[in-house]
Design a protein around this ligand. Sequence first.
Ligand code: CMP
Length: 148
Amino acid sequence: VLQLTLAVIKPDAVAHPLIIESINANILENKFLIIRRKDLHWKKEHSEMFYAEHSNRFFYQRLVEFMSSGPMQAYILARDDAIRHWREMMGPTKVFRARHTSPDTIRGRFGLTDTRNTTHGSDSVESAQKEIPFFFPDFCIDRWMKEE
Ligand code: CMP
């Protein structure tokens, strides 16, 4: 069964064409179908809305500023177990762990800091169901997700 996930390439990576190219190659090597792709540049309010659940964390201000600091690319990816596979490809959130325990993952290779960590991915079916329409409001998600 094809599962959908939301993948985002964050401003730190979009600034570097070779990193985007490498992540794109990685997506295709890992048998994902790219269902939708879009370029976007958030205003601070989009960032605040998307990360509202982190609003009481110490890194919230730097996170929302970073996520609206430059262009990003968002993808709807599909394959079996897409959510888990994309998260495994990204590696750990924290850059120290990513570099030391998973140097071959996207964050292990390209992550700069715990905030500027190259990519985002939905962490559950429920979050994919919220995040995909947030980025792709005109994508009809219901048909895909009914099977879950
Ligand atoms: P993401 O997967 O997009 O989800 C929440 C984001 O918050 C995360 O990636 C990082 O960019 C950021 N983040 C999470 N933990 C920390 C932390 N300890 N310090 C700074 N930023 C963090």
